[in-house]
Design a protein around this ligand. Structure first.
Ligand SMILES: C[S@@+](CC[C@H](N)C(=O)[O-])C[C@H]1O[C@@H](n2cnc3c(N)ncnc32)[C@H](O)[C@@H]1O
Length: 333
């Protein structure tokens, strides 16, 4: 009996401690105010965000600052993907869960009350945002650190400073103003309330550093040393041909997810030929094909490259251009 009482006491202490911990952690979350007020994305814009990101069954979509859960729920309902919504406001999470049940997708979506900066987002294949440019800029390093190359990021209305979008589009909505009274100014979104801009990015792989590239030519193998610099998806640099040792600039370099494209012009028997490279990057290896412009037959030649690991650098440059003035005042009409 005494043994049983001791066990019960231990269990109670355990439950109490766990409850206190949960309460403390919830109190901690609640103390932090939302950095962005709640304004729902109109359904037409939600549709466009999901369209531009080509959301499909195999995707896992994260909405950071999910509001009433509409983006996650529409994605699960219309495209059959899995979804996760994060919001710091417990009222929004309650609404999201109720809406998921109403729409019959609660088996495919989850909602968590927490600070989006503390969320583990590594499994996402699509991330949606409706925050502010300055919050997007603070979030940028986390996106690059945690998301795999190829992950799509979509933002309603707010850009990412000097990280240029891979695509953007506009949607016109009708009765938005009747729901909210808004004072708004933002140099990037002048016609905001008529036209909603949707920005789209793909997290680029990192090709910075020095690579040894071997062209598997039919007649002979050919080696190049490539020195790549990269800022987001823009790739620049130099190539040194094994035979000449004179560097040439890399042209039209860009990377979308893991797909790299660049061009090298080189002199061959009194004429210049353009070599268009295309290949996939996987860690410190990349491989693909190249086409030589104007060459008869236009055959694709295989190439493979390996990076000197020690030459890898960051591809994010800090930026303050997203610190736009923004003021939003809301009151339900
Ligand atoms: C403009 S609303 C967007 C809601 C929803 N994504 C949509 O597009 O309809 C921004 C949301 O972000 C939430 N939020 C603001 N700061 C946050 C933070 N640090 N962590 C998590 N959520 C936050 C707010 O509570 C609000 O619901």
């Amino acid at each position: 009996m005494a043994k049983f009482k001791g066990h019960l006491k231990k269990s109670l202490i355990g439950i109490l401690a766990a409850t206190t911990l949960i309460m403390l952690s919830q109190a901690g979350v609640q103390q932090k105010k939302p950095e962005v007020p709640y304004v729902p994305t109109p359904e037409e814009v939600v549709e466009e965000m999901l369209r531009i990101a080509r959301v499909g069954k195999a995707d896992v979509l994260y909405d950071l600052g999910c509001g009433d859960g509409r983006i996650v729920i529409t994605a699960a309902k219309k495209f059959g993907c899995r979804g996760v919504g994060i919001d710091i406001d417990p009222q929004r999470i309650k609404e999201s869960r109720e809406n998921a049940i109403k729409e019959g997708v609660s088996d495919r979506v989850q909602f968590y009350q927490m600070d989006l900066f503390e969320a583990d987002i590594g499994e996402a294949t699509v991330v949606t945002l409706y925050l502010l440019s300055k919050v997007n800029l603070r979030l940028r390093p986390k996106l690059f650190k945690e998301l795999n190359p190829g992950t799509r990021v979509v933002s309603h209305a707010f850009n990412m400073g000097n990280w240029e979008p891979d695509a953007s589009s506009s949607v016109r909505t009708s009765d938005y103003l009747s729901e909210y009274i808004v004072d708004y100014w933002d140099e990037h979104s002048v016609n905001y309330w008529d036209f909603h801009t949707v920005y789209f990015w793909v997290i680029p792989g990192n090709v910075t550093g020095t690579w040894r590239l071997r062209i598997q030519d039919i007649s002979a193998s050919n080696e190049l040393t490539l020195k790549f610099d990269q800022e987001f998806q823009q790739v620049t640099g130099k190539a040194i041909d094994g035979n000449s040792s004179i560097p040439v600039y890399i042209k039209d370099g860009k990377i979308k997810g893991n797909l790299l494209q660049f061009t090298i012009d080189r002199k061959r028997r009194e004429r210049t030929e353009s070599m268009h490279f295309e290949g996939f990057v996987q860690g410190n290896t990349m491989q693909g094909t190249l086409e030589i412009e104007g060459s008869p037959g236009k055959e694709k030649i295989k190439w493979k490259a390996m990076r000197d690991v020690l030459t890898l650098r960051s591809i994010i440059n800090s930026d303050s251009s997203g610190m736009d003035s923004f003021k939003i005042r809301l009151s339900a009409t």
